[in-house]
Design a protein around this ligand. Structure first.
Ligand SMILES: O=c1ccn([C@@H]2O[C@H](COP(=O)(O)OP(=O)(O)O[C@H]3O[C@H](CO)[C@@H](O)[C@H](O)[C@H]3O)[C@@H](O)[C@H]2O)c(=O)[nH]1
Ligand SMILES: O=C(O)[C@H](O)COP(=O)(O)O
Length: 385
């Protein structure tokens, strides 16, 4: 792992528990920033309603329901506490150095020093938590009841074809994220997948938080454990098999992202409006690489929001997703969007959830090649003999 990435992990990886919602609400008032949440949705009638309801209830002042009390909420059990540890490269957890991993206090040091005036914890007891100003579901061409369910739960629903009709919509998730910028107005735009199960409002509060409290942060991705078939850490197959190797080898500065493909991320509109959006599943990798080149690594961050459960696609569908991601990378490489000079010995950094957080473990990538056997003297001699 690059030293720059180790430093970034210590500075720019947090846990949702680091920024209580009341503190975020105060920061939001102090800065006057507005927040839009966008849910791209293609046939998500089973899950979209619950996600909309949770966001409205917990982050939009309850929409008629009792407001959250002024006391800071205790962290529910299972809430992530630590963020990312910068540990030894390639070593097991037991081999961790005695030097302390970046603690939560370290990670939030800039907040503690009051980077946003008025963002202290002493807020009025009856302050409602209004972190989200608008919630929009962009219907990506659903044939099920996604639009009705989302509207009934309280979202504004906009069909992709109703946005910018001058340019006919192309299929794909990136297309609707791009179009969403035209029908939302928040200074901060927060994307959340509509297929999440057991959704927690921490997903939104976690990634919007640093954008409200850290003026130098421009894009924040969620990180989480991703179970698959009941097994922790086994989800995110395209992430592990395609995106992470691509990023490590071509953009090693982005190797510290635990979930580079995750669909939950928030960014300043001022950044998003400058970036091209791949229309399909390449959009996350494309935005990450282009954001790196536009605002630099220190303007990017990640926040641990717990566990992500979602609808899993089958292997063939993931193969098509992987191809789109590879193509997105290829286009950026062709445009000269390269990271620092290739590492002499390329490494792959993976992450493992431990009690302390996500622990990076780096492995050398096989890179040596043997010459054709005809170049080997012993082989030539053997043929003569
Ligand atoms: O044409 C589409 C396809 C998907 N979606 C929505 O986009 C979200 C994510 O799509 P999904 O098929 O569930 O993606 P995953 O298989 O979960 O893929 C992961 O990896 C992708 C590639 O980076 C990301 O886009 C996803 O957010 C991320 O969850 C869901 O709300 C979908 O309804 C659309 O709106 N339009
Ligand atoms: O992000 C990914 O890698 C894909 O969404 C696949 O995720 P899954 O393996 O958890 O289905």
């Amino acid at each position: 792992m690059l030293e720059e990435v180790e430093r970034w992990l210590a500075r720019r990886s947090w846990s949702v528990a680091d920024r209580p919602r009341q503190q975020l609400a105060a920061a939001k008032r102090a800065t006057g920033a507005t927040v839009s949440v966008v849910l791209p949705a293609l046939d998500e009638e089973e899950t979209v309603g619950e996600i909309v309801a949770v966001i409205r209830r917990e982050l939009m002042g309850g929409a008629g329901e009792p407001a959250e009390g002024g006391a800071q909420r205790p962290a529910p059990s299972g809430r992530p506490a630590p963020s990312v540890r910068t540990g030894p490269e390639g070593g097991p957890a037991a081999g961790a150095p005695s030097a302390p991993a970046p603690s939560r206090a370290t990670a939030t040091g800039s907040m503690a020093s009051g980077s946003v005036p008025g963002a202290g914890a002493e807020e009025e007891a009856d302050e409602r938590v209004r972190l989200v100003d608008e919630l929009v579901v962009i219907d990506s061409g659903s044939t099920d009841r996604t639009a009705e369910v989302a509207a009934a739960a309280g979202a504004r629903v906009v069909h992709r074809d109703a946005i910018l009709p001058r340019i006919p919509a192309l299929p794909g998730k990136g297309e609707v994220l791009w179009r969403s910028l035209l029908v939302t107005s928040g200074d901060i735009v927060c994307f959340v997948d509509a297929d999440l199960r057991q959704f927690s409002a921490d997903f939104v509060a976690g990634i919007v938080g640093p954008l409200l409290t850290e003026p130098d942060v421009h894009l924040v991705k969620a990180m989480y454990d991703r179970p698959l078939g009941g097994q922790p850490g086994q989800g995110g197959r395209v992430t592990e098999l395609m995106a992470r190797p691509l990023l490590n080898l071509h953009w090693p500065r982005l190797a510290g992202f635990v979930q580079p493909l995750g669909g939950e991320y928030a960014a300043r509109r001022s950044l998003l409006e400058q970036l091209p959006f791949p229309v399909g599943y390449g959009v996350e990798l494309g935005l990450l690489v282009d954001a790196l080149h536009t605002v630099g690594l220190d303007a990017l961050a990640q926040v641990d929001v717990g566990v992500r459960r979602h609808r899993h696609q089958d292997g063939r569908a993931l193969g098509r997703m992987a191809a789109a991601i590879y193509r997105t990378a290829q286009l950026r490489l062709a445009r000269g969007r390269l990271g620092p000079p290739a590492l002499v010995r390329p490494v792959l950094t993976q992450f493992e959830r431990t009690e302390e957080g996500f622990e990076p473990r780096s492995y050398e990538v096989d890179t040596e090649e043997r010459p054709p056997m005809t170049k080997i003297a012993e082989y030539a001699r053997r043929r003569v003999a």
